[in-house]
Design a protein around this ligand. Sequence first.
Ligand SMILES: [Mg+2]
Ligand SMILES: [Zn+2]
Length: 272
Amino acid sequence: MSAWLDAPLGTISIADLGLERDRREAALHAPLRPALFVDKDGTLVEPPDPDDPPALAADPARLRFVPGAGESLARLRQAGLALVIVTNESGLARGAFTRVQFAQLQAALVKRLRDEFDVIVDDVAVCPHAPDAQGRPACLCRKPAPGMLLRTARAHRLDLARSWMVGDTLDDVEAGHRAGTAGWLLDTGAETLWRRSPLREPDAVFSDWPSLTDQLLAAHAAACAVTTTTLPAAVDAVPPDALDEVPGAGSPDEPIASSPPPTPLNGAPAPV
Ligand SMILES: [Mg+2]
Ligand SMILES: [Zn+2]
């Protein structure tokens, strides 16, 4: 809730409303941010014990961070990455725990990350659906489907091409690849099927958070260097008045010629 909505009625002015509109406008045109999409069970926190009653999977008292996870998220956040937790929670569909119980677990997780590691999570995306009888997603959001990543990327203006999906199974890797991110595997022993396909091939495999984070920060810094040095250099190479010297370039008032309309492929509607 924004500050002016919380303010006593008498203090709201037209100027405040204008500022709020400007803030929304600015957010709309802000550059896309790179992000870390991170799986929850087995990657961020220790997976629930399969021998425990299912309801305990949502018990906040049972939350244990995977070694190095909190410290790593703090380093990645500090480097400017948005953080989104993406989690399949078929326990909700199976009735193992209720939405209220899960909301309490999620709140505890977000609070502990903030209190213990100074980490602010941008979003937690949850798929509450069960898979089909073959174990495949029956919805658009359950990983390995990319729905949770695509939806949060749109909501938070995240740059999928400069982002990472990190998880402990090949389903996480595939979800990342389907969304357009890199897919990195934190191999903590959870993946047992190793069903391979090009989309399930991890771009990198690590056995611990610190080494994954070192590598990710290096890749992120390299991507930032490309965006901040190469692009302006290329733009600077063209003098602002270059068009004036091109014979027949026309007057500056002339509208820029529009590019030809895209050709439809096999009669399919042109992409927009
Ligand atoms: Mg997992
Ligand atoms: Zn779903």
